[in-house]
Design a protein around this ligand. Structure first.
Ligand SMILES: [Zn+2]
Length: 142
């Protein structure tokens, strides 16, 4: 749950501060990777991202689970990031995860109740996965 929530914080910050979408991701307990639609990546950028995501941990933002009617959910452009349009048509209510003040997404996963519970997030690596596809690796404390 902490690692999954850390990924939300990461994609929320990258979206809010750089306007960049996620192209993929993966997770194991305590470590995760996320790929972004970025042309360039550097150690400086990774360091800056680490600072920014830990600011969100320190901000102790509440995380709220909600739901939206499908039509309303589709009307929020940011939710498209999460490939909500792949949902089967019979699903009329969309479950949402709101990191209050940072990021609202459609999501079915489990999360901690406050960003402070994630603890320090470390950006432990970055690599190129293609011309407009760059990966960040993160870890959280045991
Ligand atoms: Zn989630």
């Amino acid at each position: 749950m902490r690692t999954h929530t850390a990924l939300h914080i990461l994609c929320g910050v990258i979206w809010r501060d750089y306007g960049v979408s996620v192209t993929g991701g993966g997770m194991k307990p305590l470590s995760a990777r996320m790929d972004f639609e970025l042309e360039s990546m550097s150690t400086d950028f990774a360091d800056e991202v680490q600072k920014r995501i830990n600011r969100e941990v320190e901000a102790a933002r509440p995380i709220e689970i909600g739901s939206l009617p499908r039509e309303e959910a589709f009307a929020i452009p940011d939710l498209i990031r999460t490939k909500i349009n792949l949902l089967p048509p019979h699903i009329v209510k969309i479950r949402t995860v709101d990191i209050v003040g940072l990021d609202l997404q459609a999501d079915g996963g489990t999360h901690v109740a406050n960003t402070s519970e994630v603890g320090t997030i470390r950006v432990v690596g970055h690599e190129s996965k293609g011309r407009i596809n760059k990966r960040l690796r993160i870890e959280v404390d045991p």
